[in-house]
Design a protein around this ligand. Structure first.
Ligand SMILES: Nc1nc2c(ncn2[C@@H]2O[C@H](COP(=O)(O)OP(=O)(O)OP(=O)(O)O)[C@@H](O)[C@H]2O)c(=O)[nH]1
Ligand SMILES: [Mg+2]
Length: 306
């Protein structure tokens, strides 16, 4: 004689605890085969529920797959490296940071977004290589929509263009980004400049008017320093040092000394009794200021407590 359906339901749910994906589907199938095959009544309802769970589990599995494309955010800001295949994105990411990244002289070496932390004057910023976006990405051509999803999370975009190539591919990449409704502060990193003719900057400034062009080569450290600095300015953050402190704090432009105190420690904000400031926002070194004083990039601040 069949169990009361309520008990049956509890047992079924218990069997599913902690099971996801293929394992959960297998268990659900097993449950289905054990259920009395009534066309109506509570058992028919349970059957329907189990079938619905199989469907739901399958679509969850698809979501899990898409999530695995997602990048866990780290650092003060996230900057996406975007450009056509073979533009030199991985090389740039590798040269800017210390991670080991697959690099190849053929298109689509990178098939998943690759994050790496880059230190810019004491502040860690996350750079993410977006695999070469294809034409039609916003229609999910080549799984491009997931990449656009990652891009949507970024605070800024560094477009990458091979200085020895023509601008057409980057143009179509930019079109896809615009079609997806993504607009971010951006610049153009002109890559492989060691290999390019001297008029490259001029040519690409002309091809992409309104976009700051930074000439780069992974063989030229000074060019990488300029790229780091220019990329930092895209984030809209400022660096503020704490007197006798270590690494600077990254704060949104327009932050006050009280915001800085809160960023250091919530107790420091609670006991705040003023501050002393050195640097660009101070009228003189060590100026005494109140809580609403707006700090600026490069300031050094000492927070005073009651
Ligand atoms: N001469 C020179 N070659 C470079 C430079 N940067 C990258 N390359 C070369 O360009 C080729 C492509 O580099 P990748 O960094 O793999 O390019 P990517 O944009 O990541 O390519 P995909 O991931 O395949 O889209 C490689 O052969 C690199 O060695 C550079 O600054 N100078
Ligand atoms: Mg790559």
């Amino acid at each position: 004689m069949p169990m009361p359906h309520r008990t049956q339901m509890t047992l079924i749910k218990r069997r599913l605890v902690g099971k996801e994906g293929a394992e959960r589907v297998r268990e659900l199938r097993g449950i289905l085969s054990e259920l009395p095959n009534y066309k109506n009544g509570p058992y028919a309802d349970i059957r329907k529920w189990v079938l619905g769970e199989i469907d739901a589990t399958r679509s969850r599995a698809r979501i899990v797959y898409r999530d695995s494309i997602a990048v866990r955010r780290e650092g003060a800001a996230q900057i996406a490296l975007v450009g056509p295949p073979n533009a030199g994105k991985s090389s740039l990411l590798h040269a800017l940071s210390d991670v080991q990244i697959k690099i190849g002289n053929y298109a689509f070496t990178t098939l998943r977004p690759v994050p790496a932390l880059v230190r810019i004057e004491g502040v860690l910023v996350q750079f993410v290589e977006i695999p070469g976006l294809l034409q039609g990405a916003s229609d999910d051509h080549g799984g491009g929509r997931a990449y656009l999803g990652v891009l949507r999370e970024a605070d800024a975009i560094v477009y990458c263009q091979d200085a020895t190539a023509v601008p057409d591919d980057l143009r179509s990449v930019m079109r896809e980004v615009a079609r997806a409704g993504i607009a971010r502060p951006a610049l153009l990193a002109l890559t492989k400049c060691d290999d390019a003719s001297s008029d490259a900057i001029e040519r690409f400034s002309g091809a992409f008017p309104g976009l700051l062009v930074v000439a780069t080569s992974i063989l030229d450290d000074a060019s990488l320093g300029r790229l780091r600095a220019a990329a930092w300015r895209l984030t809209g953050l400022i660096r503020v040092h704490v007197r006798d402190g270590g690494d600077p704090f990254a704060l949104p432009t327009g932050s006050t000394v009280l915001d800085l105190a809160a960023a250091i420690h919530s107790e420091l904000a609670r006991d705040f009794a003023g501050a002393r400031v050195w640097g660009p926002s101070a009228r003189f070194a060590g100026q005494r200021v109140g809580r609403d004083h707006v700090v600026r990039e490069g300031d050094t601040v000492e927070v005073l407590t009651a």
